[in-house]
Design a protein. Structure first.
Length: 415
């Protein structure tokens, strides 16, 4: 009879533990708390020793001076002194009481002088040690906190332009080293997330634009057929308008996703020129609606991306023209530089806008009152894109209701 095979044994335990190994004596870790305790405790001890030594030397000098008699006795029982004035008024042959009183007064006077001298010199020594202690403490605090300054500078550079920077702090394994390592890990995750977002935006741009472009081409070919029935022509025009609207929506979403990031490559851009180009593009639509475009545009040069800044001006001017009154409407576009900032102001006539609805206008696909994505005035992303581009350039955009109807849109950018 064949022997039954033995059951398979348990798999071997892993020899590597992914958990972080704790040191055998965690309280011996050179933390900032321990280092600062040792540093300032040692400084206090050294300062105390120095101050005690100085006081000891001064006291010894005072006692040495005080051990010498402040008077001399001559052979005729006469007492004389160059420091005590109590002997000057004694008679030639003073009594014992007069002599003892003069001697006590002279000794007390010398003792008081020695104590005053000791106190003044001790105060000077304390002042000198205080100055040295503050200077040494300031230098040591700067040395201890220098890694924190390095972390702050790296964080500012990362927030401004480059996510590839790392702190890579070396030194003892203390709280600051742990903070910098955690910050580096967070930057790694952020860089991967932004890279994945950029890759997604690029892929989405290709995947969404291609079928829309194919649909537009097929519709245009169908509309170019002279033998097609009128119903087909009308349907083709409707589908072509819908396709164009979808293309605008895709372009707006992609631009909104890209403009949320900081602008890495910046060049000098004149806001006046950007505003003029936007006005030229909207001029025909404004003339068709009977809207007058006016305003003086002064030189205001900023550092940024000209295409995105032109998108701000174009979106604001287009909204100002489209959301206007039917008769005798106007749009005023001005630029100027003031208080270290470049300002673009677009104001227009139009319907009365309640103040509580101002914030909603900057949300994607939000319009005034009941108008939603079905409106023929746009896809509802213009102000959202304008705000994102302004933030990416370090500026902001503010909307205020205009008295009598309409809005005043103010864009401020750093020079």
């Amino acid at each position: 009879m064949a022997a039954t095979p033995a059951p398979p044994g348990a798999p071997p335990k892993p020899t590597w533990d992914p958990r972080k190994v704790e040191p055998p004596f965690p309280w011996l870790r050179p933390t900032i708390r321990i280092r600062l305790t040792l540093l300032y405790g040692g400084m206090f001890l050294i300062a105390g020793i120095l101050l005690l030594s100085i006081i000891y030397l001064l006291a010894a000098q005072a006692l040495n001076v005080g051990s010498e008699l402040p008077f001399t006795v001559t052979g005729n029982s006469q007492v004389s002194s160059s420091t005590c004035a109590s002997f000057h008024g004694l008679p030639e042959r003073p009594s014992e009481v007069q002599l003892n009183d003069a001697l006590n007064e002279c000794v007390n006077q010398v003792r008081q002088h020695a104590l005053d001298n000791l106190l003044s010199r001790s105060l000077l020594a304390l002042l000198g040690l205080a100055v040295i202690a503050f200077a040494f403490g300031y230098a040591m605090a700067g040395r201890v906190l220098s890694p924190l300054g390095r972390i702050t500078r790296t964080a500012r550079r990362v927030a401004g332009t480059d996510l590839s920077r790392r702190i890579e702090l070396d030194g003892p394994d203390d709280e600051l080293k742990e903070l910098s390592d955690t910050f580096d890990e967070m930057l790694d995750r952020l860089e991967r997330a932004f890279t994945a977002q950029q890759r997604f935006v690029g892929n989405a741009s290709h995947e969404l634009r291609t079928p829309l472009a194919i649909n537009r081409t097929l519709l245009e070919v169908s509309l170019s057929d002279p033998g097609a029935p009128p119903e087909l022509h009308q349907l083709g025009k409707t589908l072509l308008a819908t396709n164009e609207r979808s293309e605008q929506l895709v372009e707006g979403l992609l631009l909104l996703a890209r403009s949320d990031n900081q602008i890495v490559e910046r060049k000098p851009v004149d806001l006046a020129e950007v505003a003029d180009r936007a006005v030229d593009q909207v001029r025909a639509e404004a003339d068709a609606k009977g809207v007058e475009i006016r305003g003086e545009r002064a030189l205001a040069v900023v550092q940024g991306n000209g295409v995105l800044l032109e998108r701000i001006a174009l979106n604001l001017v287009q909204n100002a023209v489209r959301y206007n009154v039917p008769d005798a409407g106007w749009v005023e576009v001005t630029t100027e530089a003031q208080h270290g900032q470049a300002v673009l102001v677009v104001s227009n006539t139009g319907p009365v806008v309640p103040a509580y609805e101002i914030d909603n206008l900057f949300e994607p696909f939000r319009r005034l009152r009941t108008e939603r994505t079905g409106s023929d005035k746009g896809v509802g992303l213009g102000l959202s894109i304008a705000r994102s581009v302004a933030r990416a350039h370090g500026g902001r955009i503010i909307a205020e209701p205009r008295e009598g109807g309409g809005l005043v849109m103010r864009v401020t950018l750093p020079l």
